[in-house]
Write a new protein. Sequence first.
Length: 200
Amino acid sequence: MSENFNVMVKTGLWRENWLEAPPFPIQKMNQVHGTDIFEVTEYGDAPSADALITRSRGLRLAVKTADCIPLLIADEEAGLVAAVHAGWRGLTAEIIPKVLARMVAMGGQPERMKVTVGPSLGTECAVFSDPFHEIPEKFHWAIEAARVDLNGIAWKQLLDAGVREDHVEWPRVCTACDPSWPSWRRDQTDGRFWSFIELL
């Protein structure tokens, strides 16, 4: 459980078997590296989306990643939680501010929101073949040589949206550098780890 949340929200990681879903109920999504957001009211089929939001208590939202950025977001006072998959395409298409805006429309407030960010690709390993063409111009500040500071983009988006710096928990672990985490960039593996959040 993240130290960032009180007893109203539970977060966690599952990586016992990288090729299978956890052996407990989760609400999955078919992640497509876009910006679609799906509001969940009960367990069901996995929607094609890259973010899930719920007001329902006891409903565990999950995101699976190997190098992309997983974010778990909660406004405990509003009774809202979200699980977000931010690959570089979704990130630069601004899925993070879009999720936060949706949560605000549902009664959330950015200054109350707490965020846990899981391990993802670090800047030294985020090498692109042609970053100045692949990455939108507004994010060219994050490019150095062939490398892109994807975590820096996500961090700036959170703060620009009004999330408090001390409400963000981020271990800054690079999945490609640390062999204890699955990494597509390192191994072209099918393995993933799961991050989940539940409103209690």
